[in-house]
Design a protein around this ligand. Structure first.
Ligand code: SAH
Length: 223
């Protein structure tokens, strides 16, 4: 009986995930590896109990510490824009729930992720373990400073809004690497992609308007 019920729940979740993926496709997320990663990731594992029934909606939802789990469309768009390759070493700033981290871990060789709230990081680490992810390395710290000991990275994804060009992070990118970040000081920011030209410069593309929580200095004093 219990088995039957859980099978049924699993079916329901996979139907909802398939529907979510169709919606992302219709909005322009077309990279098959990105879509497969989203389709195989149980987003309800990353949302608080109060919002489990909304886990497969294409919307951002509140998580602990006043933060948010990003909208699936934005996760798809950013993951696609990052042009992650199977051999990539990726740095993510702002672990949050760990949802975006999980998507990146399915696209790349190794993901380094930094979070400034201990509580969020602990919960995300438990999820990575539950999912059996073996290529995610976490750090409690100020992600604005990057992860100098592990630099340079092939790809860097910032999932909190940087007030302006994230120079410290760009300095930790390989010469032909790609960094994607929301940039701006207000409630609405520009999602920008920086692509290294191999000679120390960057091509900068403005992708779309987004709403992210701010990238804050230092680690959180509260849990
Ligand atoms: N990628 C996350 C989105 C979380 S929201 C997800 O899929 O759930 C952004 C996260 O960035 C928050 O958890 C916030 O605490 C974190 N953050 C903000 N400033 C930071 C900083 N300087 N260093 C590390 N994390 C930061």
């Amino acid at each position: 009986m219990a088995k039957h019920e859980s099978d049924h729940d699993g079916d329901e979740a996979s139907v909802q995930l398939a529907r979510l993926v169709l919606s992302l496709r219709s909005q322009g997320v077309s990279n098959p590896r990105v879509l497969a990663a989203i389709e195989s990731t149980p987003r309800e594992l990353f949302t608080p109990d109060l919002f489990k029934d909304r886990a497969f909606e294409d919307s951002a939802l509140p998580i602990a510490c006043g933060q948010t789990i990003s909208q699936p469309y934005i996760v798809g768009l950013m993951s696609q824009a990052l042009e992650v390759e199977p051999r990539s070493r990726v740095l993510e700033i702002g672990t949050g729930s760990g949802y975006q981290t999980t998507i990146l871990s399915k696209l790349s060789r190794l993901v380094y992720t930094v979070e400034r709230y201990r509580t969020l990081l602990g919960e995300a680490e438990a999820r990575f373990k539950q999912l059996g992810l073996t290529n995610v390395i976490t750090r409690f710290g100020d992600g604005g400073l990057g992860w100098p000991e592990q630099a340079p990275f092939d790809r860097i994804l910032v999932t909190a809004a940087a007030p302006d060009e994230p120079k410290a992070l760009l300095a930790q990118l390989k010469p032909k690497g790609v960094l994607v970040a929301p940039i701006g000081k207000g409630p609405v920011q520009s999602l920008k992609r920086y692509t290294g030209d191999g000679a120390g410069g960057f091509r900068i593309e403005v992708m779309t308007d987004v709403r992210f929580v701010p990238l804050l200095d230092g680690v959180a004093k509260e849990l």
